[in-house]
Design a protein around this ligand. Structure first.
Ligand code: NAD
Ligand code: UFG
Length: 340
């Protein structure tokens, strides 16, 4: 079976994808520097799959360590590249760290892929590249808008670098996956999202509030031009998202790809407002969730959801898990982490 290198494989989306890869029969090699994850995630992966994947703790920006790993584990068929920093606000404060880790990290990876004859890459991009789109739902042909943060800029730059590298050398094929808003945890509650400090993202903030760690949720804005005034996003279950990576991998490895670089939106195709999500959480879990309406968060877009047609047609993939089940998985994970 094919051997897949997963950078950032102990992180939130990476760990769920590793589980799906193993369950689909792939050999997995994980590299991660643990800058935003814990080695104990390996135990969760092993408990779910019965397989403890190979793990090397290293920074992908460290050329020597990375090359040594590729020498130790030769004949890699493809890379799934999750390793990056992802906090939008922090990227404004520490822009050079973000450019070094996300952009230089990718350049290093592509260089070593070429040197070690690794011909395939799947890259974690984001719907953030679309900004506030002119037309909804958004399909992949929608123009990218100027980034509103260094983080968003790194995703645009990385997409461009992959395009350019493919055109220059024609020895790498790439799939760019533009995730909408990944949420939830594995149904086993053995792996999930582990935000450090106060969560920026909505669902971890909700589950921590329900667990009593945060006093109340602040809903950022109820004066948007949406049916209930709160902002709309496309919340995609992380396990459904992980399965899309397996489909994209099968497509690359079997040579079914129709271009050297392909781009896919990964969302549900449904827009959900913040207030709808809060209400669905309460109904799905039976938990009360204290919240208050506050002003808009700067830099937020009003409404975004995906046109998934291309992923449906070309990858044979759709997100199938209903939102209440997804939110229950997030809550079960929070309870497991807190020992509730
Ligand atoms: P995460 O922080 O949980 O996972 C990233 C992993 O990469 C972490 O385990 C971290 O320790 C590791 N890492 C970071 N820099 C590294 C380096 N230089 N060398 C080795 N390991 C390194 O993040 P996630 O939510 O799983 O996101 C994965 C990818 O998906 C990222 O590229 C992110 O930008 C992208 N993405 C995430 C979201 C989201 O909302 N979670 C949305 C769109 C795109
Ligand atoms: N929100 C609140 N209160 C909170 C947190 C969030 O009302 O405490 C609102 C936000 O204003 C937004 C929605 O909930 O309207 C979702 O916010 P998130 O922070 O969870 O997600 P974003 O859409 O802002 O951004 C996320 C990631 C980005 C990524 C983007 C698209 O943080 O890195 O999804 O994939 F680029």
């Amino acid at each position: 079976m094919a051997k897949i290198l997963v950078t950032g494989g102990l992180g939130y989306i990476g760990s769920h994808t590793v589980v799906e890869l193993i369950q689909s029969g792939y050999d997995v090699v994980i590299v991660d520097n643990l800058s935003n994850s814990e080695q104990t995630v390996l135990d969760g992966i092993e408990a779910i799959t019965g397989v403890r994947p190979v793990f090397e703790q290293l920074d992908i920006c460290d050329e020597k360590a990375f090359q040594a790993c590729l020498t130790k584990y030769p004949h890699i068929d493809a890379v799934i590249h999750f390793a990056a920093y992802k906090a939008v606000g922090e990227s404004v404060e520490k822009s050079l760290d973000y450019y070094r880790n996300n952009v230089f990290g990718l350049i290093q990876l592509l260089t070593l892929m070429r040197k070690n004859n690794i011909p395939n890459i799947i890259f974690s991009s984001s719907c953030t590249v679309y900004g506030q789109p002119d037309k909804l739902p958004i399909d992949e042909s929608a123009p990218r808008k100027p980034a509103t943060s260094p983080y968003g800029n790194t995703k645009q730059m990385c997409e461009d670098i992959i395009h350019d590298a493919v055109v220059s050398y024609h020895d790498i094929k790439a799939v760019l996956l533009r995730y909408f808003n990944p949420i939830g945890a594995h149904p086993s509650a053995k792996i999930g999202e582990l935000p450090k400090g106060v969560p920026n993202n909505l669902v971890p903030f909700i589950t921590q509030t329900a667990a009593g760690i945060r006093k109340e949720l602040s809903v950022f804005g109820d004066d948007y031009n949406t049916p209930d005034g709160s902002a709309i996003r496309d919340y995609i279950y992380v396990v459904d998202l992980a399965k899309a990576h397996v489909k994209a991998m099968q497509r690359l490895l079997s040579g079914e790809n129709k271009a050297e670089v392909e781009v896919f939106n990964l969302g549900t195709g449904q827009g959900v407002s913040v207030l709808e999500l809060v209400k669905t959480f309460m109904k799905a879990t039976g938990m009360n969730l204290p919240y208050k309406i506050v002003g808009r968060r700067s830099g937020d877009t009003e409404q975004v959801w995906a046109d998934n047609t291309r992923a449906e047609k070309e990858l044979g993939w759709t997100a199938t898990t209903p939102l209440d089940e997804v939110l229950r998985s997030a809550w079960n994970w929070e309870k497991q982490v807190r020992g509730l």
